[in-house]
Write a protein that binds this ligand. Structure first.
Ligand code: ZN
Length: 309
């Protein structure tokens, strides 16, 4: 059993203003926790740079060019009210994209059992041509298309347990019957999408909103009743996880009350379905998580489960 662990030092060069929750310290906290002895068997690799041809399957070329051009040579530029770019941001997001696609390559080729892509910025809020919510490109969506176009997979699922709804992933795959997008998230909360009634043009969007204060029990119930049965029926050839850890009880951006074991639980459940339906293929991509301690311990529980620990 082997788990690939992809990092990108370039993520440390994506700078945000003082006080911004999506900050360099997130990666440093994760680096520290994964130095523990129990993670010594992870296969560690640096993310390659993402390929333009992979990116433009999701984001139009003119948008990609505009994003690259928006990248400043010094200081910070504001892309929207809470999304910024620094001189290192473009390289960071290219590595996040490249890491996700490379993880798919390795998992589909069965060189590893599964993978965790530990990069920033996150991606699930970025729509086809609209960066927002700390996200510059949508790497999990790009990885899904990469799996389909490069490796010939027909059906791919994205399960998103970040506390925020992945409006970008939903928008990108709204009318696509080959990609199941399923999300638990707190509602009402940023970005405002993700109602149960949003099911996509062809019924492949599954939203299971939770309420402020909901705990792991409610989270597990939503997963077991709404998302996991749909995932199993869909029988994807690959399960991608938008792994945000901001549903943790100590996260400052939201008010669900998940604990580390809830993240371990959902990881194991997704792996069980992957074992049954997807040849065990799971690629998890880091999204949010803004309480440094909660982020580190819940990501550790997630990766421990991936390692079948
Ligand atoms: Zn989030």
């Amino acid at each position: 059993m082997s788990t690939l662990f992809i990092t990108a030092p370039a993520g440390l060069q994506h700078l945000t203003p003082p006080g911004h929750p999506e900050r360099v310290d997130r990666l440093k906290a994760l680096d520290r926790v994964f130095e523990q002895e129990k993670f010594s068997t992870l296969l560690r690799e640096n993310a390659p740079r993402g390929e333009r041809e992979d990116i433009i399957r999701v984001h139009p070329a003119d948008f990609v060019d505009a994003m690259e051009e928006a990248s400043p040579t010094e200081g910070l530029v504001r892309i929207d009210s809470d999304t910024v770019m620094s001189p290192g941001s473009w390289e960071a997001v290219l590595r996040a994209v490249g890491g996700a696609c490379y993880a798919v390559d390795e998992v589909v080729a069965r060189k590893v059992d599964n993978a965790f892509v530990c990069t920033r910025p996150p991606g699930h809020h970025c729509e086809t041509r609209r960066p927002m919510g700390f996200c510059l490109l949508n790497q999990v969506a790009i990885a899904a298309r990469h799996a389909q176009k490069v490796h010939g997979l027909d059906r791919v699922a994205i399960v998103d347990f970040d506390v925020h709804h992945g409006n970008g992933s939903q928008e990108i795959f709204w009318a696509d019957d080959s990609v199941l997008y399923a999300s638990t998230h707190e509602m009402p909360l940023y970005p405002g999408t993700g109602a149960v009634t949003e099911t996509g043009a062809v019924g492949t969007i599954v939203n299971a909103p939770l309420r402020s204060g909901d705990d792991g029990e409610k989270f597990r119930e939503a997963m077991e009743s709404r998302i996991l049965p749909r995932l199993e029926t869909f029988a994807p050839e690959l399960i991608l996880i938008s792994a945000g850890f901001d549903a943790h009880k100590n996260d400052p951006l939201a008010s669900l009350r998940l604990v580390d074991t809830d993240f371990g639980w959902i990881t194991k459940r997704l792996m069980e379905i992957a074992d049954k339906k997807s040849g065990g293929r799971v690629v998890s991509v880091l999204e949010g998580g803004y309480d440094l301690e909660g982020l580190a311990t819940s990501a550790a529980a997630h990766v421990t489960a991936l390692m079948r620990g």
